[in-house]
Ligand binder design. Structure first.
Ligand SMILES: N[C@@H](CCC(=O)N[C@@H](CS)C(=O)NCC(=O)O)C(=O)O
Length: 343
């Protein structure tokens, strides 16, 4: 009897151990696969100036693109080790689910249903956005409250339609939607006057203004009708990878808050400020705990700069998009960008 009990407990212990080991393997699988492959597969949009833009030379630039490069730099110490996978709104999440990409860095809004029904996790908010409207100046429309009965161009697979329904419903306006499959089709429909107004994340209007033939012929209406917190997303089931992506977002924001820039990174490594010392890996084992080296954040900041540098270079007031920092300023400067501490 005792023997039977002992055998049973032994078998139970072995199967628990096997389960723990397999969970640990599963949770470390993305980083191991990326290291083994030697490149990061990063999902980006098909082309949005300032966010993810492919030049004729084949080089990608932009805010979302730089985040992919920061991850590659943190892992490989080489920001070039990224394969950019351009994805439209409809295929972006399935690309993550089917392992086609390791991380999605593509103007994607963090919503509850996306996490709970698509098996995803958003690792942080890289850009606080909101949905707005663009109209032709000659329509004379200057507030969204005049949009009743107008035809609105949207893109399928995005958060925009639900927000539109809510907004028009709340303001008792009749909604007519023309939903297109891609951003390009939506723009073409608007250009051909098949719709009177376009709706999308406000940042995208700034992006598009640089390619419109008559940018001054259009105005962005003052209303922002939704919260669109945009950030990188990963698959569920790999906590270590999720953590790694999350802390790369936070390391870039913390670097800005601590005044650590691409140009001052070498000085930062001699700093006596304990917060800076932990960020740059002189103190603590924060990088190793992520499965990287302790200079993980140094590598990222050296390659692409801190959060503020990434913002200004790609979309900020010094760039052709010229988007003010607004909500994306640090919490210490009137915005809401706030990163948990590295300690
Ligand atoms: N943030 C919204 C919208 C994102 C989105 O895909 N927007 C469209 C325009 S409304 C876009 O960027 N299209 C570019 C493309 O398809 O490559 C979401 O996550 O659903």
């Amino acid at each position: 009897m005792l023997d039977f009990k002992k055998r049973h407990i032994f078998r139970l212990a072995i199967s628990c151990l096997a389960l723990c080991l397999s969970l640990d393997c599963a949770s470390a699988q993305t980083l191991a696969a990326v290291k083994e492959r030697g490149t990061l597969n990063c999902g980006v949009s098909q082309g949005l100036p300032g966010f993810s833009d492919k030049a004729e030379s084949g080089d990608w630039t932009g805010f979302d693109v730089d985040f992919c490069r920061a991850v590659a730099a943190a892992i490989f110490d080489d920001p070039a080790k990224v394969v950019f996978v351009p994805l439209d709104a409809n295929t972006r999440f399935s690309a993550l689910q089917s392992n086609k990409i390791d991380v999605l860095s593509r103007n994607s809004t963090w919503t509850m249903s996306r996490e709970n029904s698509l098996g995803l996790l958003f690792a942080g908010v890289a850009y606080y956005d909101g949905q707005g409207f663009l109209v032709r100046r000659d329509t004379g429309i200057d507030t969204a409250l005049q949009l009743g009965d107008k035809t609105v161009c949207t893109q399928t697979g995005t958060t925009t339609e639900l927000n539109l329904n809510d907004y028009f419903g709340a303001n008792d306006m009749k909604l007519k939607v023309l939903a297109m499959g891609t951003a390009e089709e939506s723009l073409r429909a608007y250009d051909a006057r098949r719709c009177d107004v376009r709706t999308r994340d406000v940042s995208q209007f700034y992006a598009e203004r640089v390619i419109l033939s008559t940018p001054d012929g259009h105005i962005i209406l003052p209303e922002v009708i939704s919260k669109e917190p945009l950030g990188p997303a990963v698959r569920q089931g790999d906590d270590r990878w999720f953590n790694l992506i999350k802390w790369i977002v936070y390391s870039l924001i913390n670097a800005e808050e601590l005044g650590v820039k691409s140009t001052t990174i070498e000085d930062a490594m001699k700093s006596s400020n304990p917060n800076i010392r932990r960020l740059v890996g002189i103190e603590g084992e924060f990088g190793e705990q992520l499965g990287l080296t302790n200079d993980w954040a140094v590598r990222a900041v050296r390659a692409v700069g801190n959060y503020g540098e990434i913002y200004e270079r790609n979309v900020g007031t010094q760039s052709r998009l010229s988007i003010p920092r607004g909500l994306n300023a640090l919490w210490t400067q009137g915005g809401i960008q706030y990163a948990p501490p590295i300690r």
